[in-house]
Design a protein around this ligand. Structure first.
Ligand code: NAP
Length: 522
């Protein structure tokens, strides 16, 4: 099967054979994807013209209704998507739920939030600002939807959630979506978009997709467009420094890689329920989606006095994790997505091993259930231990995109703050503590290095949403090497799809403008 691209309101095939999409359990080729020869300039122009006018003729409430209808269609086809997530991504049922249901849930959430904006066509900030002696002359800040197209470039690990967590805000804002999923797992993204095209819910041009390489896509961006990129720091760097991106000054949001940390505080004794909750969360983060989550825990910071107990408890949990073909009963962790990712993970483990000792895993010939370790892209969960993390570098800057994490001791609070900062800016961090004083110090000190912090004490340890799960209510993104971008965060996520403009005028005119819309704070 050759995956087609949906552009200019039509399904078109790229030239040539395209890249093979495979089943990482056994290497079987599932489809080919290619965008060679596709007129990307025309595709973007169509989205800007047809998609934008169709979407922006509607108000926020009507566009929220579209999101609800889209979620309904996707919900009806959910089982099919689970099957593809298994076949093309090696997902277990739990992995597929995070991607598929996470995407549908985000659409539903934005449908509910969008309805609160009612029949407005633009937004305005609360209050006005006095500008001169004459009180009548004031300023009101309004937000109007962008005039271009939103180009959404995504990583291979979330072919569903990656698409919908970006598209929900974009479509609600009235900005058409041009989806560029990672080629390796584009089958799921393309199938979802095909189902929506067939359901004929959206105005023409609102949703386009190319299933192969990005080629010269950046050559055609225009002022009024926006790019939201998720992927590696290297690709982000290449694309955001593209001359056309610089020349047009378009917004370019980056969600890149991240050395996320989990911290066990000194007050948590090894016999306490919170200690157990910490170990459980770290093991879950290492193995869910075989560690292929940008938010997964990579660095585990524990008190020096507890490191042996943590190492033993984590090792015991990892040893119980059944790895293999997710279709086989009892399997809790599948393979990495393809050979290239498997190879990259092994190379990453080699780099970490220069500064840390492997205390569990790292074996390339381990037993897998219902599959063959040689024909599948399996990587054994691997735990490393670095006893001198303050003197190390690679454990703080090497993101191994697989089931791999490094355990490290700290001696005092100053070294916690230092070790946290060595990550260079992260998407997510978690802190396990019952100590209220430490909670407050950690939340404020670590916030500068993180986009999101999960703070767990015994009152929430059984009811939190998880270290690695990006909730649509909360912002997703992180400073520094995590890309410096920001997505989601409820209605805050609409900001990037709008132009904010200060209107300076007589206050009564400004109040007339305000009467036509709703207040929006971002
Ligand atoms: P990648 O190799 O950087 O690719 C990311 C995306 O960029 C893919 O869709 C890729 O397409 C596309 N791309 C490459 N060249 C392009 C061009 N010239 N024009 C337009 N698009 C182009 O990353 P990946 O291997 O898919 O993902 C793994 C990385 O993503 C990890 O580092 C992980 O930490 C990061 N990640 C971050 C987040 C987050 O939210 N911060 C979430 C998930 C993953 P092709 O596939 O066709 O090359």
């Amino acid at each position: 099967m050759k995956l087609q691209n949906y552009i200019c309101g039509d399904w078109v095939e790229g030239q040539g054979q395209g890249a093979a999409l495979t089943n990482p359990v056994n290497g079987e080729v599932l489809a080919y994807a290619g965008s060679e020869g596709v007129d990307l300039g025309a595709a973007l122009a169509y989205a800007r013209d047809q998609g934008r006018s169709g979407l922006q003729a509607l108000n926020y409430g009507e566009r929220a209704q579209l999101l609800e209808s889209m979620a309904q269609v996707l919900q009806e086809n959910r089982e099919k998507y689970y099957q593809i997530a298994y076949q093309n991504s090696g997902n277990t049922k739990v992995d597929a739920a995070i991607d598929v249901d996470g995407g549908i849930g985000t659409l539903k959430y934005y449908a509910v939030m969008g309805k609160t904006l009612g029949d407005a066509h633009f937004l305005c900030e609360p209050g006005t600002d006095r500008l001169a002696k004459d009180k009548a002359f004031q300023a009101l800040h309004i937000l109007t939807p962008l005039t271009g197209v939103a180009i959404h470039i995504n990583a291979f690990n979330f072919p569903s959630w990656g698409l919908w967590e970006k598209a929900a805000g974009s479509l609600l804002a009235g900005v058409p979506v041009f989806a560029k999923p990672a080629t390796a797992t584009s089958l799921l993204t393309q199938t979802m978009i095909r189902d929506l095209v067939n359901a004929d819910i959206l105005p023409n041009g609102s949703l386009s997709i190319i299933c192969g390489g990005g080629h010269d896509l950046m050559d055609y961006v225009q002022t009024g467009d926006v790019v939201l990129f998720t992927g590696s720091a290297d690709t982000a760097q290449k694309l955001r420094t593209h001359p056309r991106v610089i020349e047009t000054g378009i917004r370019f949001n980056v969600e890149a890689d991240s050395l996320n940390m989990a911290l066990l505080a000194e007050d948590v004794t090894t016999d306490s329920p919170l200690f157990e909750a910490f170990v459980k969360e770290v093991a879950k983060e290492m193995t869910t989606k075989a560690g292929q989550k940008c938010t997964a825990i990579r660095r585990i910071l524990v008190p020096a006095a507890s490191i042996d107990a943590v190492a033993d408890a984590l090792t015991a949990r990892l040893a119980k994790t059944v790895i293999g073909d997710p279709a086989s009963d009892g399997v809790r962790m599948g393979p990495l997505v393809n050979r290239a990712q498997q190879q990259a993970a092994w190379e990453g483990i080699d780099i970490l091993s220069r500064e840390a000792e492997i205390i569990f895993g790292g074996d390339r010939q381990f037993a897998v259930q219902g599959g063959d370790v040689d024909s599948g892209c399996f990587v054994q969960p691997t735990l490393l231990r670095c006893n001198k993390p303050m003197n190390a570098e690679r454990i703080h800057d090497t993101e191994v995109f697989g089931p791999v994490a490094t355990l490290m001791p700290y001696s005092d609070e100053a070294s916690i703050w230092a070790l946290a900062s060595f990550g260079g800016g992260s998407l997510a961090g978690s802190v396990f503590t019952n100590d209220e004083g430490f909670f407050a110090r950690a939340a404020v000190t670590l916030a500068a290095h993180h986009g999101r912090l999960l703070m767990v004490d015994e009152t929430v340890m059984n009811g939190h949403t998880g270290h690695g799960i990006a909730m649509p209510q909360c912002v997703h993104g992180g400073p520094g090497r995590a890309g410096g971008g920001e997505e989601l965060g409820g209605l805050r996520g609409l900001r990037i799809y709008h132009q904010r403009t200060a209107i300076q005028a007589n206050i009564s005119q400004l109040e007339n403008l305000r009467a036509a819309t709703v207040d929006f704070s971002s």
